[in-house]
Write a protein that binds this ligand. Structure first.
Ligand code: FEO
Length: 626
């Protein structure tokens, strides 16, 4: 029975999934299966974009036949000649005689290499070059060459009417589709991004400059949808995958942290790697560890594309690098890894040589900084070498921003110096910052929540990144920590005090903050935002988390942003001067303290030093006597 998905009017997914395949291309394990996507456009002419792998040929042919609905097939556009997309070519040509093949010159060479077809190429092949077009009735297809993404004959196709990019292998992933077809039907970041990265790094990782060339060409197009040959169709939030490709193809790390890969025969090399990992964690640095004898190389290659720092620890074996570590390094060099800082640990009971050999291999790659100190073990780690591990950890830590741990250490030192010099620290100085005010919203399952924050800034323009600081006592904080996604609504000067009451003066754990409100808009990430008395909405996908005691700083990639009005953003000062009601203190009021932030009054002769405002959660420093 056919299994066809409608993508858009007159456009159908006619591909199929394979969950029996053990090794994609004979190399990459695909426990979650793989999809072979093919698309049929039923315009005045009918156009099929690529075919499918032989493993799913039967279902694919059934799907094409059903979607055609009895019509003949006019064109077969061959974007990529790798057999996972062209295996059914012979059958398609046989069944739909009279069709024309549309492909690049190089693809035609490969067609003749792979198949011996009874096909009049002279008469029935349309060879296309860069920016050539094909009118199919209501649609015009534009062909764009994308050599080496992933083979030399690859081209992509842009439907100028529907604004769809048929992107061949680009923007695809391992993993069967499991009933969904659009990326927004699943949780990409949580459930699929590791596989997107593994697919990219292993399939196209070597060809960064060619991928960048394609990204540049794509940037000149107005694209509303991306239809790749594997994985999900993107119909929104395209930057989620495009930004990843921009990073990966430039060999820039996605996250600051350390990937440790080790090869250990009897556990002693592993022991040194574990201890290094502990020292790094104690400095607040993220680490991941892989035993190269167990974890498939494709996963470690993907992790190497993700993290900023790499550690390779290997025993010496047959006077060389341990077998699985050597294979991994060869693979990594072949995939063109660049721009990383690397530390090396070697082991050898009589002639340790793996360290130098590892460095020799990695020195073939561009911009690899190898940390001078190599930890060299003789059979096992000794007491005196713990300081060498600490030395390596410190060199790595020198590349990292201050974390909560080190920030708190430097805070204590600074405070001590201040006390010694008898220099005053006036908390009122903090009110001179030109903060804005924002409604921060998040969603966990069916639960929506939001809170007011005053700390949000843009960090970088390319890629577009922002950071926010959130008090840990806010429920929204916990939701973001869990889901890694949020929306930020920038409040404007028209914001009434009730918005601050609604989102700032109670906990979402006990209340539904959106109950009885008219804020029903949601971003592409599914999270609500406030569209009234605000001037813009920005969606963030968290890429880094810094623990600062009472607060967490989240840095995030901007995945969506909408300008809602031209009103001026409200500042902290404006809020105090014009929005926040002045505390109504009765003349006969008792002694007490008033919160400078929200106006809460604490009655009593003295305010406990650890007092926290029950409304806005600010501490005693933000109270003043009545
Ligand atoms: Fe999915 Fe390069 O083939």
């Amino acid at each position: 029975m056919h299994c066809v998905k409608k993508i858009k009017e007159n456009l159908y997914w006619v591909g199929a999934n394979d969950r029996r395949l053990a090794m994609f291309e004979g190399v990459y394990s695909v426990a979650g299966g793989v999809s072979y996507n093919s698309y049929l456009l039923t315009d005045d002419k009918t156009i099929l974009f690529d075919t499918a792998d032989k493993a799913v040929q039967h279902r694919f042919l059934e799907n094409v036949s059903y979607a055609l609905g009895g019509r003949k097939l006019d064109y077969l556009v061959i974007q990529h000649m790798e057999p996972d997309h062209c295996a059914a070519l012979k059958d398609i040509i046989k069944i739909y005689s009279g069709l024309k093949i549309v492909c690049s010159e190089r693809a035609l060479t490969l067609i003749k290499q792979f198949f011996e077809l009874d096909f009049d190429y002279e008469k029935n092949t349309v060879i296309v070059n860069e920016n050539d077009t094909l009118n199919t009735g209501k649609h015009t297809l534009k062909f764009i060459m994308a050599p080496m993404v992933h083979w030399p004959e690859v081209m992509v196709t842009y439907d100028t009417v529907n604004k769809i990019l048929f992107s061949a292998d680009a923007f695809g992933t391992f993993g069967a589709l499991n009933g969904a077809i659009f990326a927004d039907e699943v949780e990409i970041e949580k459930d699929y991004m590791d596989e997107y990265r593994r697919y990219y790094a292993n399939i196209a990782g070597k060809y960064g400059s060619q991928v960048q060339a394609l990204l540049q060409k794509a940037a000149a197009l107005d694209i509303e949808m991306i239809c790749p040959l594997h994985g999900f169709v993107w119909r929104g939030n395209l930057s989620a995958v495009i930004n990843k490709y921009a990073l990966w193809s430039a060999y820039q790390s996605e996250e600051k942290g350390v990937m440790i890969a080790y090869a250990s025969v009897y556990g002693n090399t592993e022991n040194a790697a574990e201890i290094l990992s502990c020292r790094l964690r104690e400095k607040g640095i993220k680490t991941v560890m892989f035993d190269v004898s167990v974890t498939p190389a494709s996963e470690i290659i993907a992790a190497s594309f993700r993290w900023s720092h790499l550690v390779f620890a290997s025993t010496t074996y047959n006077a060389g690098i341990f077998i699985s570590m050597e294979e991994l390094l060869n693979d990594l060099v072949a995939h063109n890894i660049q721009n990383r800082t690397v530390a090396v640990i070697e082991n050898g009971s009589w002639a340790a040589s793996s360290g130098e050999l590892i460095k020799e291999k990695l020195n073939k790659c561009k911009n690899i900084k190898i940390i001078e100190k190599t930890l060299s073990l003789k059979s096992s780690l000794k007491d005196f070498q713990l300081s060498e591990i600490e030395e390596i950890a410190q060199v790595i830590a020198g590349d990292f921003p201050k974390t909560a741990l080190s920030a708190s250490a430097s805070f204590n030192t600074a405070q001590k110096k201040t006390e010694e010099k008898n220099v005053s620290v006036d908390p009122n100085a903090m009110f001179k910052f030109s903060y804005g005010l924002f409604v921060l919203t998040a969603k966990d399952g069916n639960k929506d929540n939001g809170c007011i924050i005053n700390t949000a800034i843009q960090i970088t323009a390319s890629p577009l990144r922002i950071s926010i600081a959130v008090n840990k006592s806010n429920y929204t904080h916990d939701m973001i920590l869990k889901t890694k996604a949020f929306n930020l609504s920038v409040l404007s000067e028209s914001a009434p005090f009730r918005i601050f009451q609604q989102f700032g003066f109670s906990s979402g754990k006990d209340n539904d903050k959106f109950k009885d409100s008219s804020y029903n808009d949601r971003g592409a990430n599914g999270i609500r935002y406030v569209s009234e008395n605000t001037n813009c909405m920005i969606s963030g996908k968290v890429i880094d988390i810094y623990d600062y005691g009472t607060h967490t700083i989240f840095t995030a990639e901007v995945t969506e942003s909408i300008v809602l009005s031209e009103e001026r953003s409200v500042t902290y000062q404006y809020y105090f001067d014009n929005i926040k009601p002045k505390p109504q203190i009765k003349k006969e009021a008792k002694k007490g303290f008033v919160c400078k932030i929200c106006g809460y009054v604490y009655e009593g002769d003295s305010l406990p030093a650890d007092f926290e405002c029950p409304l806005c959660k600010h501490g005693a420093a933000d109270f003043e006597p009545l």
